[in-house]
Design a protein around this ligand. Structure first.
Ligand code: F0G
Length: 466
């Protein structure tokens, strides 16, 4: 069955703007090589007249389309017919007002919110995008799907394959570069797991070659349909705030799919007259994988109406190669030096008057402990958003009374190694996992108490420590 006729793909470069049908699986423009958008003829797509209209879908939660936190916003990503949608119940996520984290960040109580994307079925935000990419892939008849991954994309792809049986998963991971929670998922779900002697950037380059040579559908965020699903993270934030806009969205930056999707979401809502202003966007890099920070904040690279100087990025990548510099951070999910969505993200930063910051692994692990102590918890990369918000507050960029939403991209259980090493009493374990990354202390550690197997001693310890 063909996809809807209100959507098509278009090159993001305004000077090119080449167009393709939605029946094509493309990850770049054939004419100029730039990234692609999914675009809609809104006159025919009939989006709602007000965001509150989505509330009428709440009473239809018994249907898979309206249960899904992605597809209950179908009218804002109408590239597929409802009958074509592939959903496993993604997007049941929570926007939590987090006052203890607000205190840590330095904003007033009631003003800081955490968007828990780790509550997705595979434990990360990727399911939002995977549901959309899968919908596209299955509609055009793909039988195999591939990705390179720091772990979460592969877990998500493997899960959609195992649940739906629509496709076979082929995943590429950097050897030793993926947290155990994520690797366990890919293996359990039965994905063909290819461990490459290299890092994510190497795996990404290879998977592009392999998928084009073997005609395998690529689900990395260079796939424009993925990002359509990830727009809905922002719709759910607005929904939870009863359609009021926050002042800031703070998100970790790796391959820059989320930030690109958020920018597109807000640009479209604004164009459709569904919001009257656009929140500001902060993208947070780990200091050991800080390409966006370097290019945007240090070297002044900008979207500039699509005329931004990509030569700035090329020169930087040459420097990385010359110095044999590889990405390195405890936040393995964002251990990426060559973000594939760089150009789109620059556009998002322009739309949202954005800023980019870098935070150290020490900042990340401390922020992560604060998130865990005050709520449901997250994996290291996710905590970069909270560490970044704290830094922006210290710098006076974010005011104490601003309404700030930090996106927690992945579940706490994704990377138990990092969490246990932070709280451990075993100095060797700490040094090996965190010390080697420049983490010096665990200021918020909750250390296990060792006691002999003796009732009296156990009671004594509980009375002493509780
Ligand atoms: N947070 C988590 C938990 C992630 O898994 C990722 C990306 C990001 C943040 C960065 O998001 O790419 O949209 O800027 N993980 C990818 C993967 C690269 O392979 O799972 P982004």
């Amino acid at each position: 069955m063909s996809l809807t006729d209100v959507a098509y793909q278009r090159c993001i470069s305004p000077s090119c703007g080449d167009e393709y049908g939605t029946d094509e699986a493309r990850v770049s423009c054939a004419k100029c090589g730039d990234l692609l958008d999914v675009v809609y003829d809104w006159n025919r797509a009939k989006p709602p007249a007000a965001l509150a209209e989505f509330e009428r879908h709440w009473s239809e939660r018994h249907t898979p389309l309206r249960f899904s936190g992605v597809w209950r916003f179908h009218e804002l990503l109408p590239f597929a017919d409802p009958s074509q949608v592939v959903t496993v119940g993604e997007g049941q996520t929570l926007l939590q007002q987090a006052d203890s984290v607000a205190k840590y960040v330095g904003v007033q109580a009631g003003r800081l919110y955490l968007q828990y994307e780790g509550m997705n079925p595979s434990g990360s935000f990727k399911d939002n995008g995977m549901s959309a990419a899968f919908t596209h892939a299955s509609a055009i008849g793909a039988k195999r799907a591939a990705c390179a991954s720091t772990g979460n994309t592969s877990a998500s792809l493997a899960m959609y394959c195992s649940v739906t049986k629509l496709m076979k998963a082929v995943i590429f991971v950097g050897s030793g570069k993926i947290a155990y929670g994520k690797l366990s998922q890919a293996l359990d779900y039965g994905a063909l797991t290819v461990q490459i002697a290299g890092d994510f950037d190497d795996a990404m380059a290879r998977v592009k070659e392999v998928s084009s040579e073997l005609g395998i559908y690529l689900v990395n965020s260079v796939n424009p349909f993925r990002l359509e699903g990830q727009k809905t993270i922002m719709y759910r934030v607005l929904e939870a705030l009863r359609w009021e806009l926050p002042d800031w969205i703070v998100v970790p930056g790796g391959n820059l799919g989320n930030s690109s999707a958020f920018g597109k979401a807000f640009a479209e809502l604004h164009e459709l007259g569904l919001i009257d202003r656009v929140p500001r966007l902060a993208v947070i890099n780990a200091a050991g994988a800080n390409t966006l920070f370097e290019l945007y904040e240090q070297r002044g690279m900008r979207w500039n109406g699509g005329r931004g100087d990509m030569g700035i990025a090329d020169a930087y990548y040459q420097e990385l190669d010359r110095d044999k510099k590889k990405a390195s951070t405890i936040a393995s999910a964002i251990e990426i030096n060559r973000p594939v969505n760089l150009h789109k993200c620059l556009r998002a930063l322009e739309v949202c008057d954005g800023v980019v910051r870098e935070v150290t692994d020490q900042d990340i692990m401390d922020a992560k402990a604060q998130v865990g102590a005050g709520g449901i918890g997250c994996e290291p990369a996710s905590a970069a958003s909270v560490a970044g918000a704290k830094l922006l507050r210290q710098q006076g960029v974010i005011g104490a009374d601003y309404r700030v939403v930090c996106i927690l991209t992945g579940h706490l259980l994704k990377d138990p190694t990092a969490t246990v090493a932070y709280h451990t009493t075993d100095q060797d374990q700490f040094d090996q996992v965190l010390g080697s990354r420049g983490v010096k202390r665990a200021s918020f550690a909750n250390r296990a108490v060792a006691v002999p197997n003796d009732l009296e001693e156990i009671i004594k310890a509980i009375q002493l420590y509780s």
